[in-house]
Design a protein around this ligand. Structure first.
Ligand SMILES: NC(=O)c1ccc[n+]([C@@H]2O[C@H](COP(=O)([O-])OP(=O)(O)OC[C@H]3O[C@@H](n4cnc5c(N)ncnc54)[C@H](OP(=O)(O)O)[C@@H]3O)[C@@H](O)[C@H]2O)c1
Length: 263
């Protein structure tokens, strides 16, 4: 049996936000294609969700820091017309300050959070635009708007995802394709444990339950939002930020330097 609303390809589906998207999307009737490295966790989730919701659930093991594995997932996106939604979510978190940082870990972070995220988002955009339908959900982070919150490469990787989403949205206008960047704040998952830290000790008032986070993100998607910040009660604050940025636009590229820089 195949779902009439198609298949959601979810990266980072073995835990946390990705596993929660998989559950919520299965509940909505999507078939699933679950991508991550941990085959046994993927298998268990696929079996549970297909039994619970009667949807098809397949797994695709991929280490998205490896080019061959990224290409495998990209090829599936291109070849499988049943895939109607990409949840581009796999990512690793920050370990600490850059001045004492492990550059090899940061390379892996850029490979996963930037290189793989870019390759899959752009491939999906190309394929969906050609078909005139489909949707892309990119997991960014509020740190894209608050660089002082966390260590730099992580922040920069999430700023990349936000900027990429906005740029793609511009190109996807009138192509029948939806795109959304989700900007979670602190969300209770394994992300810090995996990076050698912990969520223990954080102010619980600032940490969202992963189910609440994904439900809010999907509500934002249903409302047609391009940018969803699950904890932001006053949407007008983000609109003011965008208006301030838009006011800069006419001044950003001119023939002459600004008078305040004249010798
Ligand atoms: N939790 C937060 O506070 C928070 C806040 C803002 C944004 N985010 C973003 O949310 C996304 C999901 O994170 P999470 O919080 O759900 O963390 P998580 O529980 O650690 O989940 C991360 C997922 O990414 C997968 N992954 C890690 N390395 C991978 C690799 N090399 N190749 C393929 N998959 C890989 C993991 O699966 P395997 O280990 O099985 O490969 C896992 O499924 C990330 O992009 C993160 O930056 C999280």
């Amino acid at each position: 049996m195949t779902s009439s609303i198609g298949t959601a390809l979810v990266t980072g589906a073995s835990s946390g936000i990705g596993a929660t998207y998989a559950e919520r999307l299965a509940k909505r009737g999507f078939d699933l294609l679950l991508v991550a490295r941990d085959q046994s966790r993927l298998d268990e989730l696929a079996a549970t969700l297909s039994a619970r919701y009667g949807v098809g659930a397949e797994t695709l093991r991929a280490d998205l820091t490896q080019r061959e594995d990224i290409h495998l997932v990209e090829q599936r996106l291109r070849d499988d017309a049943a895939v109607t939604l990409l949840v581009n979510n796999a990512g690793i978190g920050p370990q600490g300050p850059l001045l004492t940082g492990d550059l090899d870990y940061l390379d892996r972070m850029v490979d996963l959070n930037v290189f793989a995220a870019n390759r899959l988002a752009v491939a999906a955009a190309q394929v969906f635009a050609a078909r005139g339908s489909g949707a892309i959900i990119n997991t960014a982070s509020v740190v894209a708007l608050a660089p002082h919150f966390f260590s730099g490469t992580y922040v920069a990787s999430k700023a990349f995802v936000l900027a990429l989403t906005e740029a793609l949205a511009n190109e996807l206008k009138n192509k029948g394709v939806r795109i959304q960047a989700v900007l979670p704040g602190l969300t209770r998952t394994e992300i810090f444990d995996r990076a050698g830290g912990s969520m223990e000790g954080l102010d619980p008032e600032r940490v969202m339950d992963v189910g609440d986070m994904v439900d809010a993100a999907l509500a934002g998607f249903d409302q047609g939002e391009l940018i969803t910040i699950p904890s932001l009660a006053d949407g007008g604050l983000y609109r003011s930020f965008e208006e301030a940025r838009a006011a800069l636009a006419p001044h950003l590229s001119l023939k002459t330097p600004a008078p305040r820089y004249n010798g």
